[in-house]
Design a protein. Structure first.
Length: 385
């Protein structure tokens, strides 16, 4: 059967999974998907590097689903007991939930099931989910280690495909020890996914991801070409009025009363202050920081995703956790101190080729960080009055 060139079936994806992708809104594979899916379907160990918003999640989940489905079908045919065969390890609860939802979407025409194991939630429902003998576990490191230590019947010995997503973040927070709990076997496929490659991660990939294939799409385009970037030079006392003016101007020029817009701040205090000020100014706004409880986080992210909130003000805890596919605007109220963080923040907008805009408020103290970021990105700055 001939498949349309450049389509998912042309990469070797089964028709039922391709159908699920089509229903989820995927028309054609992105560059990272085109490069990685054939390698992952072959069972190769892969280290995947690409910018945020390039389609990395589907790039590893789709072949994981197809490979585990084939393994499971073989085991079922032989009457073997089927245990956990896929593990996806991610650094945050939000990212775990999003990955879990993507899995259900991509695998809906298969019999595969997944279990979500994250911290900050009750243990009993997670025990019950494990008791159903899922094919795939999607987990955060701390809770995974806790269950491995406390539940004697819970084992990862049968895992065939192991994914470390946002691996640079896992190493930053010293949570990679949970990966060490997965006893390595020669038949296990290792997939390491990251937007950046710090030294510790490069050393791990060399030593622990044997004979891996490096797929790297981050060297030329650290940020999407469709992403528009603008900077506003202000003094400290002008930042709040400048932010309100910027948001009002976006509303006036686009006529889009739902925006949506994600605003990044450096501290919890700034989140609370900006949320209060914008609320008084008439915006539908929510604030999210590290001290928010889990239920509050869920409600705010859901309200923002469903456009019940125009604006969500966050600290950097959300930079790698919140995934809003059609995010139009990102505003850096406090400019990030490193180019890496700037890239991750900007990656929230303009995902998968969509047009997005990033604005940053720049104070005199921010100028060195701004220059560093643009040197890394290779973008030229021009001034306008």
């Amino acid at each position: 059967k001939k498949h349309r060139p450049g389509s998912f079936p042309a990469l070797g994806i089964e028709d039922s999974i391709a159908k699920a992708l089509m229903h989820a809104g995927y028309k054609f594979p992105t560059p990272v998907q085109r490069k990685s899916i054939p390698e992952l379907l072959s069972g190769a160990n892969v280290v995947m590097m690409a910018r945020t918003g390039s389609g990395k999640t589907a790039a590893f989940l789709v072949p994981l689903i197809q490979r585990i489905r084939a393994i499971s079908d073989s085991n079922w045919a032989q009457g073997k007991v089927i245990g956990i065969q896929g593990l996806v390890l991610v650094p945050t609860r939000e990212l775990a939930l999003q990955t879990f939802n993507f899995f259900k979407s991509y695998a809906k025409y298969t019999q595969l099931t997944a279990c979500l194991i994250v911290g900050g939630e009750a243990l009993e429902p997670q025990f019950a989910a494990l008791a159903t003998n899922p094919n795939v576990v999607i987990a955060t490191p701390g809770r995974l280690l806790q269950l491995l230590n406390e539940v004697r019947t819970f084992s990862l010995k049968g895992v065939r495909v192991c994914v470390l997503d946002e691996a640079d973040r896992l190493f930053e927070t010293s949570l990679i020890q949970s990966e060490r709990a997965v006893k390595k076997k020669p038949f296990r496929q290792m997939i390491l996914v990251s937007a950046t490659m710090p030294k510790e991660l490069a050393d791990f990939a060399s030593a622990d991801v044997q004979d891996h294939i490096l797929i790297r799409l981050d060297t030329d385009t650290l940020m999407s070409e469709s992403l528009k970037v603008g900077y506003f030079y202000v003094l400290d006392y002008e930042k709040l009025p400048g932010l309100a003016f910027l948001l009002s101007n976006i509303l006036d020029t686009t006529g889009n009363t739902t925006l949506p817009c994600l605003i990044f701040c450096a501290t919890r205090h700034s989140v609370e202050l900006i949320t209060q000020v914008l609320g008084h100014a008439g915006f539908q706004v929510g604030g999210l920081h590290g001290h928010a409880d889990n239920e509050q986080r869920k409600i705010l992210v859901e309200d923002f995703a469903k456009k019940r909130l125009q604006v969500l003000v966050v600290t950097d805890l959300a930079a790698r956790g919140i995934d809003i596919p059609l995010l139009d605007y990102v505003i850096n109220f406090d400019f990030p101190s490193t180019p890496k963080l700037f890239i991750h923040r900007c990656g929230r907008a303009g995902r998968a080729g969509m047009i997005g805009t990033v604005y940053s408020l720049i104070t005199p103290e921010d100028l060195p960080h701004l220059i560093d970021a643009n040197l890394v990105l290779g973008r030229k700055m021009r001034t306008t009055p």
